[in-house]
Design a protein around this ligand. Structure first.
Ligand code: NAD
Length: 358
């Protein structure tokens, strides 16, 4: 029987609650489908700062590197907001992504049919549903370039630099084309080539790589237009590939089109398929510890883990089908409640999904 070793980083706020439900569901899947999961727990974010002074202790990174996949809850909270930038919980996120070399962030923005009404967009825009994948470069670009406070023309000033190496663009572009081949064969590369040199280089390089994938349709779009197109005609997109900062913004926008941040999983992968899996939402301090959080984003992140890191397609689908079945029966957490819906707590939602795994 295969055994998978997973490092679990519950983090802060609702992180521990939602990861508990995801593990409950994963345990059920492993029982039904016959594989073993071994869990190792470690700290990241605020809780790690409280214990060690560091948002990502070296020991946590080491445990992650020695496992088959990593499941992360969320980090952050007011308590740590006044710390210097590099000591805040969010610095732990940047550090773990670069420490694990997970350069590709997959964020599917998918609408489950029973939740169609949660989308802020009109029916005529959404049509029968939505299934867009934003693939964001995660370990390069402006978030990792040189930055400085300085003095410019006798005034205080600051700068950040955006730099992409050719190899960094090539590997994310290849992944986009490979991924599109398993979907609808369309890639939209997003940049700001009308202004930025780094974007002109990005566009040139993606176009070059596209020659290896003549069966996949490629188009280019400026980021400002992409932001508009996502709300007026989101179904034109299949895979959107873009750099770190544009991807950060567009993936949040795409998420919001689905109507609930509590439903959105993500996967960040390196070149060997090793992955860090986490919900898209933050630590939601306003509802932490009240059994109100929606655990489905974390549960669906585990479904992505089974598919992307362990090649367990059936098992992954079993989770998605169980989630769909719960929603079809009208059960939701408070964030998605409308008239007539049956509201469950975080714990009970985890139970409901686990009990429908087959
Ligand atoms: P947030 O995503 O935590 O919360 C935004 C809103 O959505 C809140 O009203 C919250 O209650 C709600 N929400 C979020 N997840 C939910 C869920 N699963 N179920 C139900 N409702 C949910 O974003 P924020 O309020 O801007 O940030 C809170 C903290 O989280 C900050 O410290 C921020 O830096 C951090 N943060 C962490 C991550 C991460 O760990 N990946 C991402 C974003 C923000």
């Amino acid at each position: 029987m295969n055994t998978y070793k997973i490092t679990v980083l519950p983090g802060d706020g609702i992180g521990p609650e939602v990861t508990r439900q995801a593990i409950k569901v994963l345990n059920e899947v492993s029982k039904v489908y016959g594989f073993n999961v071994e869990y190792v727990y470690a700290d990241i974010g605020g809780i790690a700062i409280d214990k060690t002074g560091e948002p990502l202790p070296a020991e946590t990174l080491e445990l992650c590197r020695n496992s088959d996949a990593v499941l992360l809850g969320a980090v952050g909270g007011e308590k740590w907001d006044s710390l210097p930038l590099d000591k805040r919980p969010e610095a732990g996120l940047l550090a773990i992504r670069s420490g694990l070399g997970v350069f590709a962030n997959f964020r599917p923005a998918k609408i489950f049919p029973p939740l169609k009404n949660a989308s802020p967009l009109k029916d005529r825009v959404i049509g029968d549903g939505l299934d867009v994948l934003v693939l964001r470069e995660l370990t390069g670009g402006i978030y990792f370039g040189e930055r400085k406070r300085t003095v410019h023309m006798a005034e205080p000033a600051a700068y950040d630099t955006m730099i992409y190496k050719k190899s960094e663009i090539e590997r994310i572009a290849r992944l986009a084309f490979e991924t599109a081949r398993k979907r609808k064969n369309r890639v939209t590369s997003v940049d700001k080539a009308n202004v930025l040199e780094v974007s002109r280089f990005w566009r040139e390089t993606v176009t070059e790589v596209s020659k290896e994938y003549p069966d996949v349709e490629l188009n280019h779009m400026y980021v400002d237009n992409a932001a508009m197109q996502l709300v007026i005609n989101p179904n034109q997109f299949d895979v959107i590939v873009t750099g770190n900062m544009f991807g950060d913004i567009l993936s949040d926008e795409a998420s919001m089109i689905t109507g609930s941040i509590g439903m959105l999983p993500s996967a960040s992968l390196n070149s060997t398929g090793f992955g860090l899996y986490e919900p898209v939402h933050g630590s939601a301090p306003d509802i932490a510890g009240q059994n109100k959080a929606n655990p489905l984003a974390t549960i669906l992140s585990v479904a992505m883990m089974l598919k992307y890191s362990f090649n367990l397609e059936k098992e992954s689908e079993a989770i998605e089908n169980a989630v769909l079945s719960v929603l079809q029966d009208g059960f939701v957490t408070r964030d998605l409640a409308t008239d007539g819906s049956k509201v469950l707590g975080c714990e009970e939602m985890g139970d409901a999904v686990a009990s429908r795994i087959k």
